[in-house]
Design a protein around this ligand. Structure first.
Ligand code: CTP
Ligand code: CA
Length: 227
């Protein structure tokens, strides 16, 4: 095995990033979504491109400008994201699954805009497939898979269990109960969990600085197999 990330240069490294929320249609005008701004995934894409990587960003609906030098493709639903990621993953070395995938989707979206009729409306939701877990089953030697977790309660044992259950090579967790960080904030505070059970607090920083700290940590552990 050779180390290909000398001097922080990611030239020739292919990075796949998912970012932002997914929108799950209720009818043609309404959807189920979440508060993800996409900023963390966009910052990771920008930082990887700045190091010379070839970057593909699969983005849910966000209001962010495309990062310079990044190939951006847009999706809306978790199903679209799952299809896009599984198609793109084989052509990439490192994958950041930073999207906030909706855990549920309406089982049968109303085919036309639902009109009020003076009664209540009950939605029935189905669980979406776990994209990160299925990418880990699709993984080839040398590929590196990074997961994220936004938790209201930071429990190291549960986070390690999440990392292992999903087969990720690294999990970055942040505490969403803190009003000053996360979601639409430009700052975040993250802890990095590894499959060997170790955790590393990365501190509270801008999402750009945090992205570079994450890339630095990947440089320490990731070795691309010799071609
Ligand atoms: N994820 C995914 N597909 C899903 C749900 C989540 O790929 N259907 C990914 C996220 O992009 C993230 C990681 O899995 O990288 C952890 O997401 P999280 O929501 O914390 O995990 P869940 O398995 O959905 O568990 P929870 O019930 O805590 O939401
Ligand atoms: Ca979830």
């Amino acid at each position: 095995k050779t180390k290909l990330l000398e001097n922080g240069s990611w030239s020739g490294v292919r990075v796949l990033v998912s970012a932002g929320p997914t929108y799950e249609p209720i009818d043609p005008v309404r959807f189920l979504g979440n508060r993800s701004s996409g900023k963390m995934g966009y910052a990771l894409a920008a930082a990887s491109a700045a190091r010379g990587a070839h970057v593909t960003l699969i983005s849910g609906p966000t209001s962010l400008p495309p990062p310079p030098g990044v190939d951006v493709r847009r999706i809306e639903t978790a199903e679209d994201l799952a299809n896009s990621m599984s198609k793109m993953f084989p052509e990439h070395d490192i994958c950041f699954m930073a999207a906030a995938v909706s855990d549920y989707r309406p089982d049968r979206p109303h085919p036309s805009k639902k009109k009020k009729d003076g009664t209540s409306w009950t939605l029935s939701l189905l669980e979406n497939p776990d994209i990160l877990a299925s990418l880990s089953r699709q993984k080839s030697p040398g590929q590196f898979l990074v997961g994220f977790a936004a938790e209201s309660e930071m429990n190291p044992e549960k986070l390690l269990e999440k990392l292992r259950k999903k087969g990720a090579d690294m999990l970055l967790a942040n505490d969403i109960s803190r009003p000053d960080i996360g979601f639409s904030s430009d700052e975040n505070e993250m802890t990095l969990f590894s499959p060997d059970g170790t955790s590393l607090p990365l501190g509270k920083h801008s999402k750009t600085v945090l992205s570079n700290k994450i890339l630095d940590e990947i440089e320490k552990v990731w070795r691309r197999p010799a071609a």
